[in-house]
Design a protein around this ligand. Structure first.
Ligand SMILES: C[S@@+](CC[C@H](N)C(=O)[O-])C[C@H]1O[C@@H](n2cnc3c(N)ncnc32)[C@H](O)[C@@H]1O
Length: 284
């Protein structure tokens, strides 16, 4: 495939519920993370954009879904997250993958993704074949449940470590401008550690902020291009199963409830059935 050729395709990554995908493979405590990447999505991206024995890195790894899936696919993987509680869970998940005979190795580091070149072992810098990550785009992402408190107003339903006493580097808090600056710094760091021709798979979906639709996938692609990546492909990773010729949205009771309330109040709310995957490549 030529580096300039742009590809688009739909990945059938929602055939099984995330709970089923994680059963026996992740610790029960992992459910505490509010914005996990579906394991099938991570596995599909890793299988498509790296080979056995390659080094895969997730600079914002949460409970290490990408690291665990990479290990099971025979890749060596390193995850980074700035929040110590997620790193503790990530270690448990990596230990579980190792105990289950995963062919690859996995490790995690607690730190700021913007410092990635300094955090990784020197021997890994410039050798990474694939970055795969889902950025922390704030309080509205990943189908977080919100409480509708009146026209145009939404509030969080529960306190959460994601928004409570965050690490100073936490990019999920601080607003869109801080996120935009931080994302560019993280992608620049990713570009430094990738080998020439290496890929970065960035996942995200559009979200609403104060009623305004934010095109996060477009932001990911534009920021990657501004940071010196070539845009290589864009995929649709399904979160819902495709059965008998149609998509069947998979949603929580609360997700459905809130979407209905928002729709009744005049917000054009819908349930997500897919996540965008932007694939960028470090030029050779
Ligand atoms: C969308 S979640 C990723 C979840 C992960 N894919 C999983 O399946 O668990 C984004 C993560 O980025 C982390 N994060 C935010 N800012 C960071 C930073 N500056 N450096 C490292 N991690 C950061 C958050 O703590 C959060 O766990």
């Amino acid at each position: 495939m030529s580096a300039s050729r742009r590809l688009a395709s739909v990945w059938a990554t929602g055939q099984h519920a995330q709970r089923t995908q994680r059963a026996g493979r992740y610790s029960a405590a992992s459910t505490e993370h509010p914005a996990k990447m579906p394991p099938a999505l991570a596995a599909h991206a890793i299988a498509a954009y790296s080979g056995p024995g390659d080094l895969v890195v997730d600079p914002m790894c949460g409970i290490a879904t990408t690291v665990v899936e990479a290990m099971h696919l025979g890749r060596d993987a390193i995850g980074v997250d700035c929040e110590a509680p997620w790193i503790d869970m990530a270690v448990d998940n990596i230990d579980l993958a190792t105990a289950q005979g995963a062919a690859g190795t996995g490790s995690v580091l607690c730190g700021d993704a913007r410092d990635l070149p300094d955090l990784l072992p020197v021997s890994a810098v410039g050798k990474v074949a694939l970055i795969v990550t889902s950025p922390p785009y704030g309080l509205y992402g990943h189908a977080r449940v919100r409480t509708y408190t009146g026209p145009g107003r939404l509030a969080a339903t529960a306190e959460h470590p994601f928004v409570h006493r965050p690490h100073p580097g936490q990019l999920a808090v601080g607003g869109p401008e801080r996120f935009a600056t931080g994302l560019a710094e993280v992608l620049t760091a990713c570009r430094t550690v990738l080998k020439p021709g290496g890929f970065a798979c960035l996942t995200g979906r559009p979200y609403r902020d104060s009623g305004v639709l934010i095109d996060l996938p477009g932001q990911l692609a534009a920021t990657a291009a501004a940071c010196g990546f070539d845009l290589y492909a864009r995929h649709i990773a399904l979160l819902a199963p495709w059965t008998e010729g149609s998509l069947r949205p998979r949603h929580s009771f609360f997700g459905l409830h809130h979407a209905r309330r928002l729709a009744r109040a005049g917000f054009p709310a819908h349930l997500n059935v897919f996540e965008d995957v932007i694939v960028a490549r470090r030029p050779r």
